[in-house]
Design a protein around this ligand. Structure first.
Ligand SMILES: [Ca+2]
Length: 564
Protein backbone atom coordinates (compact mmCIF):
# COMPACT_ATOMS: atom_id res chain seq x y z
CA UNK A 1 0.00 0.00 0.00
CA UNK A 2 1.36 3.41 -0.88
CA UNK A 3 0.20 5.11 2.29
CA UNK A 4 2.03 2.57 4.40
CA UNK A 5 5.21 3.29 2.50
CA UNK A 6 4.86 7.03 2.52
CA UNK A 7 7.22 7.47 5.45
CA UNK A 8 10.12 5.92 3.55
CA UNK A 9 12.94 8.33 3.29
CA UNK A 10 13.61 10.12 0.06
CA UNK A 11 16.90 9.68 -1.68
CA UNK A 12 18.19 13.03 -0.59
CA UNK A 13 18.32 14.44 -4.10
CA UNK A 14 17.71 18.14 -4.47
CA UNK A 15 14.84 19.68 -6.31
CA UNK A 16 17.46 22.04 -7.63
CA UNK A 17 20.92 22.17 -6.13
CA UNK A 18 22.89 25.35 -5.75
CA UNK A 19 26.49 26.23 -6.30
CA UNK A 20 27.17 26.18 -2.59
CA UNK A 21 26.02 22.59 -2.45
CA UNK A 22 22.92 23.28 -0.39
CA UNK A 23 19.54 21.94 -1.33
CA UNK A 24 16.46 24.09 -1.52
CA UNK A 25 13.61 25.16 -3.74
CA UNK A 26 14.61 28.13 -5.81
CA UNK A 27 12.92 31.44 -5.39
CA UNK A 28 10.92 32.39 -8.46
CA UNK A 29 12.48 34.35 -11.25
CA UNK A 30 15.97 35.35 -12.06
CA UNK A 31 16.24 37.38 -15.21
CA UNK A 32 19.10 36.95 -17.62
CA UNK A 33 20.53 40.31 -18.57
CA UNK A 34 21.52 40.71 -22.19
CA UNK A 35 23.72 43.42 -23.61
CA UNK A 36 20.57 45.18 -24.92
CA UNK A 37 19.19 45.26 -21.42
CA UNK A 38 22.37 46.83 -20.14
CA UNK A 39 22.10 49.60 -22.70
CA UNK A 40 18.46 50.34 -21.95
CA UNK A 41 19.24 50.48 -18.27
CA UNK A 42 21.99 53.01 -18.97
CA UNK A 43 19.66 55.13 -21.00
CA UNK A 44 16.84 55.03 -18.53
CA UNK A 45 18.58 56.68 -15.59
CA UNK A 46 20.30 59.29 -17.79
CA UNK A 47 17.87 62.08 -16.89
CA UNK A 48 18.02 61.14 -13.27
CA UNK A 49 21.79 61.41 -13.48
CA UNK A 50 21.47 65.06 -14.50
CA UNK A 51 20.04 65.73 -11.12
CA UNK A 52 23.08 66.71 -9.11
CA UNK A 53 21.82 65.33 -5.83
CA UNK A 54 21.29 61.88 -7.32
CA UNK A 55 24.43 61.77 -9.44
CA UNK A 56 26.60 60.04 -6.87
CA UNK A 57 23.95 57.41 -6.16
CA UNK A 58 23.51 56.86 -9.89
CA UNK A 59 27.22 56.32 -10.43
CA UNK A 60 27.30 53.79 -7.59
CA UNK A 61 24.26 51.93 -8.94
CA UNK A 62 25.65 51.82 -12.47
CA UNK A 63 29.00 50.62 -11.18
CA UNK A 64 27.30 47.86 -9.21
CA UNK A 65 25.22 46.88 -12.23
CA UNK A 66 28.26 46.73 -14.50
CA UNK A 67 30.19 44.68 -11.99
CA UNK A 68 27.34 42.19 -11.81
CA UNK A 69 27.03 42.19 -15.59
CA UNK A 70 30.70 41.41 -16.10
CA UNK A 71 30.56 38.50 -13.68
CA UNK A 72 27.41 37.21 -15.33
CA UNK A 73 28.82 37.46 -18.84
CA UNK A 74 31.08 34.46 -18.24
CA UNK A 75 27.99 32.36 -17.67
CA UNK A 76 26.21 33.18 -20.88
CA UNK A 77 25.62 30.24 -23.19
CA UNK A 78 25.28 26.47 -23.25
CA UNK A 79 26.34 24.07 -25.97
CA UNK A 80 24.99 20.54 -25.52
CA UNK A 81 26.65 17.92 -27.73
CA UNK A 82 24.85 14.59 -27.89
CA UNK A 83 26.07 11.39 -29.48
CA UNK A 84 23.51 8.86 -30.69
CA UNK A 85 24.20 5.45 -29.09
CA UNK A 86 27.76 6.57 -28.32
CA UNK A 87 29.75 4.85 -25.60
CA UNK A 88 33.21 4.92 -24.11
CA UNK A 89 35.11 4.42 -27.36
CA UNK A 90 37.76 7.05 -26.72
CA UNK A 91 41.18 7.25 -25.16
CA UNK A 92 39.87 9.40 -22.30
CA UNK A 93 37.82 6.39 -21.21
CA UNK A 94 40.77 4.03 -21.65
CA UNK A 95 39.97 2.70 -25.11
CA UNK A 96 43.40 2.86 -26.70
CA UNK A 97 42.30 1.65 -30.13
CA UNK A 98 39.51 3.98 -31.17
CA UNK A 99 41.08 7.31 -32.08
CA UNK A 100 39.19 10.40 -30.92
CA UNK A 101 41.60 13.35 -30.76
CA UNK A 102 38.85 15.95 -30.58
CA UNK A 103 36.87 14.27 -27.80
CA UNK A 104 40.11 13.71 -25.92
CA UNK A 105 41.00 17.40 -26.30
CA UNK A 106 37.57 18.34 -24.94
CA UNK A 107 38.06 15.87 -22.08
CA UNK A 108 41.29 17.64 -21.11
CA UNK A 109 39.38 20.91 -20.84
CA UNK A 110 36.54 19.24 -18.92
CA UNK A 111 35.42 17.47 -15.82
CA UNK A 112 35.13 13.86 -16.97
CA UNK A 113 32.33 11.79 -15.44
CA UNK A 114 32.93 8.19 -14.40
CA UNK A 115 29.47 7.56 -12.98
CA UNK A 116 27.03 9.15 -15.41
CA UNK A 117 23.90 7.18 -16.28
CA UNK A 118 20.97 7.72 -18.57
CA UNK A 119 17.53 7.32 -17.00
CA UNK A 120 16.36 5.22 -19.94
CA UNK A 121 18.24 3.26 -22.60
CA UNK A 122 16.27 4.26 -25.66
CA UNK A 123 16.52 7.20 -28.09
CA UNK A 124 13.33 9.27 -27.84
CA UNK A 125 12.63 8.48 -24.18
CA UNK A 126 16.19 9.50 -23.26
CA UNK A 127 16.11 12.68 -25.36
CA UNK A 128 12.80 13.68 -23.80
CA UNK A 129 14.24 13.05 -20.33
CA UNK A 130 17.38 15.07 -21.18
CA UNK A 131 15.26 18.01 -22.36
CA UNK A 132 12.55 17.90 -19.67
CA UNK A 133 14.39 16.61 -16.60
CA UNK A 134 11.52 14.14 -16.14
CA UNK A 135 11.84 10.37 -16.61
CA UNK A 136 10.05 8.96 -19.62
CA UNK A 137 7.20 7.52 -17.53
CA UNK A 138 6.54 11.03 -16.23
CA UNK A 139 6.91 13.08 -19.42
CA UNK A 140 4.90 10.61 -21.52
CA UNK A 141 7.56 9.58 -24.05
CA UNK A 142 7.22 5.87 -23.30
CA UNK A 143 8.97 4.80 -26.51
CA UNK A 144 10.24 5.97 -29.91
CA UNK A 145 8.70 9.06 -31.48
CA UNK A 146 8.89 8.30 -35.19
CA UNK A 147 6.71 6.19 -37.49
CA UNK A 148 4.30 3.65 -36.11
CA UNK A 149 5.73 4.01 -32.62
CA UNK A 150 4.40 7.57 -32.37
CA UNK A 151 5.16 8.27 -28.73
CA UNK A 152 5.00 11.89 -27.55
CA UNK A 153 5.49 13.85 -24.38
CA UNK A 154 2.40 15.20 -22.63
CA UNK A 155 1.21 18.56 -23.96
CA UNK A 156 1.72 20.40 -20.67
CA UNK A 157 5.29 19.22 -19.99
CA UNK A 158 7.95 21.90 -19.47
CA UNK A 159 11.13 21.55 -21.50
CA UNK A 160 14.46 23.35 -21.78
CA UNK A 161 13.56 25.08 -25.08
CA UNK A 162 10.22 26.20 -23.60
CA UNK A 163 11.63 27.46 -20.32
CA UNK A 164 14.66 29.14 -21.89
CA UNK A 165 12.60 30.81 -24.61
CA UNK A 166 10.37 32.26 -21.87
CA UNK A 167 13.53 33.69 -20.32
CA UNK A 168 14.77 35.38 -23.47
CA UNK A 169 17.45 32.79 -24.25
CA UNK A 170 17.82 31.82 -27.90
CA UNK A 171 17.52 28.12 -28.59
CA UNK A 172 18.83 26.06 -31.49
CA UNK A 173 18.79 22.40 -32.45
CA UNK A 174 20.93 20.87 -35.20
CA UNK A 175 20.63 17.14 -35.91
CA UNK A 176 18.40 14.45 -34.53
CA UNK A 177 15.35 15.72 -32.64
CA UNK A 178 13.26 12.55 -32.30
CA UNK A 179 10.90 14.06 -29.71
CA UNK A 180 7.50 15.66 -29.87
CA UNK A 181 5.01 17.26 -29.93
CA UNK A 182 6.60 20.38 -31.41
CA UNK A 183 4.73 22.65 -28.97
CA UNK A 184 6.63 21.01 -26.11
CA UNK A 185 10.02 21.32 -27.85
CA UNK A 186 9.93 24.72 -29.63
CA UNK A 187 13.42 25.65 -30.84
CA UNK A 188 14.03 29.08 -32.44
CA UNK A 189 16.53 27.63 -34.92
CA UNK A 190 15.86 24.06 -36.02
CA UNK A 191 17.57 21.89 -38.64
CA UNK A 192 16.42 18.38 -37.87
CA UNK A 193 14.92 15.28 -39.49
CA UNK A 194 11.63 17.21 -39.49
CA UNK A 195 12.83 19.58 -42.22
CA UNK A 196 15.96 17.85 -43.58
CA UNK A 197 17.47 14.47 -44.32
CA UNK A 198 18.62 12.97 -41.01
CA UNK A 199 21.82 11.81 -42.71
CA UNK A 200 22.60 15.39 -43.71
CA UNK A 201 21.82 17.16 -40.44
CA UNK A 202 22.99 14.29 -38.25
CA UNK A 203 26.02 12.81 -40.03
CA UNK A 204 27.28 15.31 -42.62
CA UNK A 205 29.67 17.11 -40.33
CA UNK A 206 30.53 19.76 -42.91
CA UNK A 207 26.85 20.68 -43.16
CA UNK A 208 26.56 20.59 -39.35
CA UNK A 209 29.57 22.91 -39.11
CA UNK A 210 27.96 25.42 -41.48
CA UNK A 211 24.65 25.30 -39.61
CA UNK A 212 26.43 25.95 -36.33
CA UNK A 213 28.24 28.86 -37.99
CA UNK A 214 24.92 30.26 -39.16
CA UNK A 215 23.31 29.94 -35.74
CA UNK A 216 26.25 31.63 -34.01
CA UNK A 217 26.42 34.49 -36.52
CA UNK A 218 22.73 35.38 -36.39
CA UNK A 219 22.73 37.03 -33.00
CA UNK A 220 25.87 37.97 -31.13
CA UNK A 221 24.32 39.40 -27.98
CA UNK A 222 21.47 37.22 -26.82
CA UNK A 223 22.44 34.25 -24.60
CA UNK A 224 21.89 30.92 -26.33
CA UNK A 225 21.32 27.23 -25.77
CA UNK A 226 22.56 25.27 -28.78
CA UNK A 227 21.84 21.55 -28.91
CA UNK A 228 23.87 19.66 -31.52
CA UNK A 229 22.50 16.13 -31.68
CA UNK A 230 24.70 13.97 -33.90
CA UNK A 231 23.15 10.89 -35.47
CA UNK A 232 26.56 9.21 -35.29
CA UNK A 233 27.47 6.56 -34.24
CA UNK A 234 23.96 5.08 -34.58
CA UNK A 235 23.52 1.93 -36.66
CA UNK A 236 21.95 2.17 -40.10
CA UNK A 237 21.88 -1.43 -41.29
CA UNK A 238 18.12 -1.41 -40.84
CA UNK A 239 17.38 1.96 -42.51
CA UNK A 240 20.26 2.63 -44.95
CA UNK A 241 22.21 -0.63 -45.40
CA UNK A 242 23.82 0.76 -48.56
CA UNK A 243 26.11 2.86 -46.34
CA UNK A 244 27.22 -0.02 -44.11
CA UNK A 245 26.09 -1.22 -40.69
CA UNK A 246 26.95 2.06 -38.99
CA UNK A 247 26.70 4.34 -42.04
CA UNK A 248 30.48 4.24 -41.86
CA UNK A 249 30.67 4.62 -45.67
CA UNK A 250 28.38 7.66 -45.86
CA UNK A 251 30.45 10.50 -47.25
CA UNK A 252 33.73 8.56 -47.31
CA UNK A 253 34.50 9.51 -50.92
CA UNK A 254 34.01 6.04 -52.43
CA UNK A 255 31.89 5.67 -55.58
CA UNK A 256 28.25 6.37 -54.73
CA UNK A 257 29.00 7.26 -51.12
CA UNK A 258 29.42 11.01 -51.55
CA UNK A 259 32.08 13.10 -49.86
CA UNK A 260 32.11 14.95 -46.57
CA UNK A 261 34.97 17.43 -47.12
CA UNK A 262 35.88 17.76 -43.44
CA UNK A 263 36.08 14.02 -42.75
CA UNK A 264 39.04 11.72 -43.22
CA UNK A 265 37.66 8.31 -42.18
CA UNK A 266 39.79 6.20 -39.87
CA UNK A 267 39.63 2.48 -40.62
CA UNK A 268 40.29 -0.35 -38.18
CA UNK A 269 41.27 -3.99 -38.42
CA UNK A 270 38.69 -6.24 -36.81
CA UNK A 271 41.44 -8.16 -35.03
CA UNK A 272 42.50 -4.97 -33.23
CA UNK A 273 39.28 -3.63 -31.74
CA UNK A 274 38.51 -3.71 -28.03
CA UNK A 275 35.53 -6.00 -27.43
CA UNK A 276 33.46 -4.92 -24.40
CA UNK A 277 32.84 -7.68 -21.85
CA UNK A 278 29.14 -7.83 -22.74
CA UNK A 279 29.67 -8.45 -26.49
CA UNK A 280 30.59 -11.89 -27.90
CA UNK A 281 34.23 -12.11 -28.89
CA UNK A 282 33.54 -13.23 -32.45
CA UNK A 283 34.76 -12.08 -35.84
CA UNK A 284 31.24 -10.87 -36.69
CA UNK A 285 31.03 -8.71 -33.57
CA UNK A 286 34.58 -7.46 -34.08
CA UNK A 287 33.84 -6.39 -37.65
CA UNK A 288 30.71 -4.67 -36.33
CA UNK A 289 32.78 -2.79 -33.75
CA UNK A 290 35.36 -1.81 -36.39
CA UNK A 291 32.56 -0.19 -38.43
CA UNK A 292 31.28 1.56 -35.30
CA UNK A 293 34.78 2.96 -34.66
CA UNK A 294 34.98 4.40 -38.18
CA UNK A 295 31.67 6.18 -37.63
CA UNK A 296 32.97 7.47 -34.30
CA UNK A 297 35.83 9.11 -36.22
CA UNK A 298 33.16 11.18 -37.99
CA UNK A 299 31.44 12.04 -34.71
CA UNK A 300 34.79 12.98 -33.19
CA UNK A 301 35.71 15.28 -36.09
CA UNK A 302 32.20 16.76 -35.93
CA UNK A 303 32.67 17.61 -32.25
CA UNK A 304 35.99 19.25 -33.13
CA UNK A 305 34.40 21.32 -35.93
CA UNK A 306 31.54 22.53 -33.72
CA UNK A 307 33.95 23.56 -30.96
CA UNK A 308 36.12 25.34 -33.53
CA UNK A 309 33.07 27.30 -34.72
CA UNK A 310 32.27 28.22 -31.12
CA UNK A 311 35.78 29.54 -30.63
CA UNK A 312 35.92 31.39 -33.97
CA UNK A 313 32.61 33.09 -33.19
CA UNK A 314 34.09 34.32 -29.91
CA UNK A 315 31.92 32.28 -27.55
CA UNK A 316 34.46 29.88 -26.08
CA UNK A 317 34.99 32.04 -23.00
CA UNK A 318 31.35 32.31 -22.02
CA UNK A 319 29.88 28.94 -22.98
CA UNK A 320 29.33 25.83 -20.89
CA UNK A 321 29.95 22.76 -23.07
CA UNK A 322 28.35 19.42 -22.18
CA UNK A 323 29.06 16.21 -24.09
CA UNK A 324 27.19 12.98 -23.49
CA UNK A 325 25.17 10.27 -25.25
CA UNK A 326 21.51 9.27 -25.08
CA UNK A 327 21.72 5.52 -24.41
CA UNK A 328 23.92 2.43 -24.44
CA UNK A 329 25.72 1.22 -27.53
CA UNK A 330 23.63 -0.90 -29.96
CA UNK A 331 25.07 -4.25 -28.92
CA UNK A 332 23.68 -7.04 -26.71
CA UNK A 333 23.11 -5.83 -23.12
CA UNK A 334 23.57 -2.25 -24.39
CA UNK A 335 20.74 -0.13 -25.77
CA UNK A 336 17.26 -1.09 -24.40
CA UNK A 337 18.86 -2.69 -21.32
CA UNK A 338 19.16 -1.38 -17.78
CA UNK A 339 22.41 -3.21 -17.16
CA UNK A 340 25.36 -0.84 -16.83
CA UNK A 341 26.24 -1.62 -20.45
CA UNK A 342 22.96 0.07 -21.40
CA UNK A 343 22.83 2.80 -18.76
CA UNK A 344 26.37 4.13 -18.28
CA UNK A 345 27.19 7.11 -20.48
CA UNK A 346 30.28 9.11 -21.34
CA UNK A 347 29.98 12.63 -20.04
CA UNK A 348 32.17 15.69 -19.88
CA UNK A 349 31.48 19.26 -18.91
CA UNK A 350 33.81 22.05 -19.97
CA UNK A 351 33.25 25.29 -18.12
CA UNK A 352 34.69 28.66 -19.17
CA UNK A 353 34.98 29.69 -15.54
CA UNK A 354 38.67 29.72 -14.66
CA UNK A 355 38.42 28.10 -11.25
CA UNK A 356 36.18 25.25 -12.39
CA UNK A 357 37.64 21.76 -12.51
CA UNK A 358 39.35 20.82 -15.76
CA UNK A 359 41.36 17.82 -16.86
CA UNK A 360 39.87 16.17 -13.84
CA UNK A 361 37.63 13.20 -13.07
CA UNK A 362 34.52 12.89 -10.94
CA UNK A 363 33.07 9.71 -9.49
CA UNK A 364 29.90 11.41 -8.30
CA UNK A 365 26.69 9.52 -9.09
CA UNK A 366 25.19 11.46 -11.98
CA UNK A 367 22.00 11.10 -13.98
CA UNK A 368 21.18 12.61 -17.35
CA UNK A 369 18.11 13.91 -15.47
CA UNK A 370 20.62 16.33 -13.90
CA UNK A 371 21.13 18.14 -17.22
CA UNK A 372 17.99 20.30 -16.95
CA UNK A 373 18.73 21.49 -13.38
CA UNK A 374 22.35 22.14 -14.42
CA UNK A 375 21.47 24.27 -17.42
CA UNK A 376 18.77 26.18 -15.49
CA UNK A 377 21.29 26.79 -12.71
CA UNK A 378 23.84 28.03 -15.27
CA UNK A 379 21.35 30.52 -16.71
CA UNK A 380 20.00 31.32 -13.24
CA UNK A 381 16.54 30.47 -14.49
CA UNK A 382 13.74 28.88 -12.52
CA UNK A 383 11.92 25.67 -13.42
CA UNK A 384 8.34 26.80 -13.35
CA UNK A 385 5.44 24.50 -13.94
CA UNK A 386 2.69 26.41 -15.68
CA UNK A 387 0.55 23.38 -16.32
CA UNK A 388 -2.99 23.25 -15.09
CA UNK A 389 -4.16 20.93 -12.37
CA UNK A 390 -6.56 19.21 -14.72
CA UNK A 391 -4.18 16.40 -15.55
CA UNK A 392 -2.78 13.93 -13.09
CA UNK A 393 0.68 14.31 -14.64
CA UNK A 394 0.88 18.00 -13.79
CA UNK A 395 2.82 19.53 -10.89
CA UNK A 396 6.01 17.64 -11.68
CA UNK A 397 9.01 17.83 -9.42
CA UNK A 398 12.52 17.59 -10.81
CA UNK A 399 14.41 14.79 -9.08
CA UNK A 400 17.73 15.67 -10.69
CA UNK A 401 20.28 18.11 -9.29
CA UNK A 402 22.53 20.82 -10.68
CA UNK A 403 26.00 19.55 -11.54
CA UNK A 404 27.62 22.99 -11.23
CA UNK A 405 28.74 22.36 -7.61
CA UNK A 406 30.69 19.36 -8.93
CA UNK A 407 32.72 21.73 -11.08
CA UNK A 408 33.98 23.33 -7.88
CA UNK A 409 34.71 20.29 -5.74
CA UNK A 410 34.06 16.57 -5.41
CA UNK A 411 31.15 16.06 -3.00
CA UNK A 412 30.99 13.67 -0.07
CA UNK A 413 28.39 11.09 -1.06
CA UNK A 414 26.69 8.57 1.15
CA UNK A 415 24.91 5.79 -0.69
CA UNK A 416 23.67 8.15 -3.39
CA UNK A 417 21.55 6.56 -6.10
CA UNK A 418 20.49 7.15 -9.68
CA UNK A 419 17.29 5.73 -11.15
CA UNK A 420 16.17 4.32 -14.47
CA UNK A 421 12.82 3.65 -16.05
CA UNK A 422 12.24 1.93 -19.37
CA UNK A 423 8.86 0.98 -20.82
CA UNK A 424 9.09 0.62 -24.60
CA UNK A 425 11.64 1.10 -27.32
CA UNK A 426 9.66 0.23 -30.44
CA UNK A 427 5.90 0.08 -29.91
CA UNK A 428 5.98 -3.71 -29.98
CA UNK A 429 8.74 -3.85 -27.38
CA UNK A 430 6.65 -3.51 -24.27
CA UNK A 431 9.06 -4.59 -21.56
CA UNK A 432 8.72 -2.21 -18.60
CA UNK A 433 11.69 -2.14 -16.21
CA UNK A 434 12.58 0.08 -13.31
CA UNK A 435 15.99 0.26 -11.64
CA UNK A 436 18.02 1.88 -8.90
CA UNK A 437 21.82 2.00 -8.92
CA UNK A 438 24.17 3.00 -6.16
CA UNK A 439 27.96 2.72 -6.32
CA UNK A 440 27.64 -0.68 -4.68
CA UNK A 441 24.41 -2.23 -5.92
CA UNK A 442 21.96 -2.36 -8.82
CA UNK A 443 18.37 -3.49 -8.45
CA UNK A 444 16.28 -4.05 -11.57
CA UNK A 445 12.55 -4.73 -11.52
CA UNK A 446 11.46 -6.56 -14.69
CA UNK A 447 7.74 -5.88 -14.51
CA UNK A 448 6.70 -8.14 -17.39
CA UNK A 449 9.25 -10.78 -16.58
CA UNK A 450 7.19 -13.62 -17.99
CA UNK A 451 7.68 -12.25 -21.48
CA UNK A 452 10.93 -12.84 -23.38
CA UNK A 453 13.14 -9.74 -23.51
CA UNK A 454 12.38 -8.05 -26.87
CA UNK A 455 14.82 -7.34 -29.71
CA UNK A 456 14.60 -4.20 -31.86
CA UNK A 457 14.61 -4.16 -35.68
CA UNK A 458 17.88 -2.27 -35.88
CA UNK A 459 19.74 -4.64 -33.59
CA UNK A 460 18.14 -7.75 -35.07
CA UNK A 461 19.77 -7.28 -38.50
CA UNK A 462 23.17 -6.46 -37.02
CA UNK A 463 26.00 -8.90 -37.72
CA UNK A 464 26.55 -9.28 -33.97
CA UNK A 465 23.01 -10.43 -33.21
CA UNK A 466 22.67 -12.56 -36.34
CA UNK A 467 25.85 -14.35 -35.30
CA UNK A 468 24.47 -14.97 -31.79
CA UNK A 469 21.22 -16.25 -33.27
CA UNK A 470 22.85 -18.52 -35.84
CA UNK A 471 25.34 -20.03 -33.42
CA UNK A 472 22.57 -20.64 -30.87
CA UNK A 473 20.29 -22.26 -33.44
CA UNK A 474 23.01 -24.56 -34.70
CA UNK A 475 24.43 -25.25 -31.22
CA UNK A 476 27.82 -23.83 -32.16
CA UNK A 477 30.27 -22.48 -29.63
CA UNK A 478 29.48 -18.87 -28.69
CA UNK A 479 32.26 -16.99 -26.88
CA UNK A 480 29.89 -14.87 -24.82
CA UNK A 481 29.39 -14.39 -21.08
CA UNK A 482 25.75 -15.50 -21.23
CA UNK A 483 23.44 -17.54 -23.42
CA UNK A 484 20.69 -16.18 -25.64
CA UNK A 485 18.19 -18.04 -23.45
CA UNK A 486 19.49 -16.20 -20.38
CA UNK A 487 19.33 -12.91 -22.28
CA UNK A 488 15.67 -13.50 -23.16
CA UNK A 489 14.52 -14.92 -19.83
CA UNK A 490 14.88 -12.56 -16.90
CA UNK A 491 13.54 -12.93 -13.37
CA UNK A 492 11.25 -10.32 -11.85
CA UNK A 493 14.02 -8.93 -9.63
CA UNK A 494 17.72 -8.72 -10.43
CA UNK A 495 20.11 -7.58 -7.71
CA UNK A 496 23.82 -7.23 -8.37
CA UNK A 497 26.75 -6.46 -6.11
CA UNK A 498 28.64 -4.20 -8.49
CA UNK A 499 31.71 -4.11 -6.31
CA UNK A 500 32.38 -7.80 -6.82
CA UNK A 501 30.25 -8.43 -9.90
CA UNK A 502 30.50 -5.39 -12.22
CA UNK A 503 29.42 -7.54 -15.18
CA UNK A 504 26.06 -8.18 -13.49
CA UNK A 505 26.14 -11.93 -13.91
CA UNK A 506 25.38 -13.22 -10.42
CA UNK A 507 21.83 -12.31 -9.38
CA UNK A 508 21.73 -12.22 -5.58
CA UNK A 509 18.11 -11.08 -5.22
CA UNK A 510 17.16 -14.27 -3.37
CA UNK A 511 20.27 -14.45 -1.21
CA UNK A 512 19.23 -14.22 2.48
CA UNK A 513 22.41 -12.37 3.53
CA UNK A 514 21.53 -9.32 1.39
CA UNK A 515 17.83 -9.23 2.18
CA UNK A 516 18.10 -5.90 4.00
CA UNK A 517 19.91 -4.38 0.99
CA UNK A 518 17.20 -5.69 -1.33
CA UNK A 519 14.41 -4.26 0.83
CA UNK A 520 16.13 -0.89 1.20
CA UNK A 521 16.69 -0.55 -2.55
CA UNK A 522 13.12 -1.66 -3.28
CA UNK A 523 11.81 1.03 -0.95
CA UNK A 524 14.00 3.75 -2.41
CA UNK A 525 13.01 2.76 -5.92
CA UNK A 526 9.33 2.67 -4.97
CA UNK A 527 9.63 6.10 -3.40
CA UNK A 528 11.24 7.61 -6.52
CA UNK A 529 8.56 6.08 -8.72
CA UNK A 530 5.92 7.54 -6.43
CA UNK A 531 7.49 11.01 -6.50
CA UNK A 532 7.74 10.84 -10.30
CA UNK A 533 4.13 9.63 -10.59
CA UNK A 534 4.85 6.36 -12.34
CA UNK A 535 1.65 4.86 -13.78
CA UNK A 536 3.33 1.43 -13.43
CA UNK A 537 3.86 1.97 -9.70
CA UNK A 538 1.86 -1.08 -8.61
CA UNK A 539 2.64 -3.41 -11.52
CA UNK A 540 2.65 -6.32 -12.03
CA UNK A 541 0.72 -7.60 -9.01
CA UNK A 542 -1.40 -4.57 -8.14
CA UNK A 543 -3.63 -1.91 -9.65
CA UNK A 544 -2.99 1.73 -8.85
CA UNK A 545 -6.16 3.44 -7.61
CA UNK A 546 -5.48 7.17 -7.36
CA UNK A 547 -8.75 8.87 -8.33
CA UNK A 548 -12.20 9.29 -6.81
CA UNK A 549 -12.17 8.02 -3.23
CA UNK A 550 -8.42 7.40 -3.48
CA UNK A 551 -7.49 10.81 -4.88
CA UNK A 552 -5.68 11.94 -1.76
CA UNK A 553 -4.61 8.51 -0.66
CA UNK A 554 -3.44 6.47 -3.67
CA UNK A 555 -3.49 2.72 -3.14
CA UNK A 556 -1.94 -0.34 -4.71
CA UNK A 557 -4.84 -2.77 -4.82
CA UNK A 558 -3.68 -6.41 -4.83
CA UNK A 559 -4.51 -8.67 -7.76
CA UNK A 560 -3.48 -12.04 -6.36
CA UNK A 561 -2.38 -12.89 -9.89
CA UNK A 562 1.06 -14.34 -9.20
CA UNK A 563 0.84 -17.75 -7.64
CA UNK A 564 4.58 -18.09 -7.19
CA1 LIG B 1 20.14 6.65 -29.42
Amino acid sequence: MINRRSSFRKDGRCLIGTTDGTCHVRRPHAHVHTHEHSQSRCNMPHNICLNKSLRLLCIILLALHNARGNAGEVKKNVLLLLADDGGFEMRSYLNKICQTPNLDKLAKESLLFNNAYTSVSSCSPSRSAILTGLPSHQNGMYGLHHGVHHFNSFDDVQSLPKILKRNNIRTGIIGKKHVGPSEVYPFDFAYTEENNSILQVGRNITYIKLLVREFLSQNKTQPFFLYVAFHDPHRCGHSNPEYGNFCEKFGNGDVGMGTIPDWNPIYYQWEQVKVPYYVPNTEAARRDIAAQYTTISRLDKGVGLVLEELEKAGFKDDTLVIYTSDNGIPFPNGRTNLYDSGLAEPMMISSPIRDHRKNSVTYSMTSLLDIVPTILDWFNVTYTDQSLDTNEVSSPQLTGKSLLPLLVEEPMENNTAVFASQTHHEVTMYYPMRAIRTKHYKLIHNINYRMPFPIDQDFYVSPTFQDILNRTRSHQFLPWYKTLKKYYERPEWELYDLKYDPEELNNIALKPSVKSVFVELQERLFNWLKVTKDPWLCAPDGVLENAGLNKDNPQCMPLNNLSD
